[in-house]
Ligand binder design. Sequence first.
Ligand code: GUN
Ligand code: FE
Length: 456
Amino acid sequence: MGDIGLPASIPPVVVSSETSPPPPPPAKNKLFLGTFIHSKTLGLLEYLHKTAVAVNSLGTVVAISPDTDLTTAQTVLLPQLGWSPDTTDITTAKPNQFFFPGFIDTHLHASQYPNAGLFGNSTLLDWLNTYTFPLEASLSELSKAKKVYSRVIAKTLSHGTTTAAYYATIDVAATNLLADLCLASGQRALIGRVCMDQLGPSYYLDESPGESITKTKQCIEHVLQQDPKMELITPVITPRFAPACSAPLMTQLGQLAKETNLPIQTHISENKNEIALVGRLFPDAGGSYAEVYDTFGLLTPKTILAHAVHLTDKEADLVRERGSKVSHCPCSNSAIASGAARVRWLLDKGIEVGLGTDVSGGYSVSVLEAARQAVLVSRHVCMDEGRSGEEREKLSVEELVGLCEVDSDEEGEEEGNVDVFGWESWEERVAKWVYNGDDRNTKKVWVRGRLVHERR
Ligand code: GUN
Ligand code: FE
């Protein structure tokens, strides 16, 4: 990535030694043996039994070897790779266990984790004022931010989330702390400082568009200092949502995205009152929420749009044309009564869709919970008036697993809340895990070859 063009007036970002991550221990080569299940294409799972996967010390998969047990691996595969058994970590899955790609949570607010499950009867705009802004503002106290961010990282890792697209807060130091903690714990993450210069309470607002941009650049600079090649953490330009961002701010954020080629994340078309507000604030867009973002250059192939519940046909076409992606957040959309996103319709339009927990609009950090809620929401879309016969609306387990996205590995086991009797096919085991599984089924999690979570 090129020069991000930081103006000289920005003071250097000071990182206290307390927040600097210790360097991770040097990784060893790894060999994984057993059953591997992954999504080949949307709706199609591949089951690889008695397979060996070799991952080098940099975390790159260097060999996938079918029909390989421990003896074959030791006598044939390791010599082929030039690896000695002493310097290779070997993990063998038990008969009921399987390796599965890590989950990518495409939308969650790290700063809102303490509020998971707290939303009462609110809907989006009053929820923001009552629950969300006060909590986010309070994380400018770094000791509190450290506690919250450490816990959300540990918790998401324990549920198999190997990559998270995080919103932090408007605070630079706390956002940088989130980046440091992700790096230290080995979780791959997009780190977004929240930009908002209007709508919020006076105690929780960027003072001006200029200040918002300066602070955003400070966070970008910090992430790039810590991880120059963005191997684990990546800055993400984060206008909170159109109602909270003035036109000058969105103009400059669009320019920043163009200069840096960094990803963008924001919310779109989540709630009907919010959409009406966007219509009043940006009358030139003719009632099109997507058009507002597009005007400011914020719809790019690297943009994650959370929710997209009430998009019109024309808006969806625009999103598709720009190549932007949608984060489907079914848990949140049901909890704060935003609506039922039409995922099949989005997919049919050719828009890429991933799953987001949207903590704390959503009550659970688990991507598996998001997957099962997505199944149920798709049934409700199907049952909606005028759509009762449309079986195609329903998402399948295989598609849901595909929407979970793929990343580094996790190893799951059929126990905890899932009773396996032994006669189930592998397809049935996966379905039982999707509908009843939780963190008890996630034994070990690796990111780039590094073990980042182990359930004892
Ligand atoms: N729209 C603007 N901010 C937020 C937020 O924090 N959560 C959700 N779900 N929607 C938003
Ligand atoms: Fe959100």
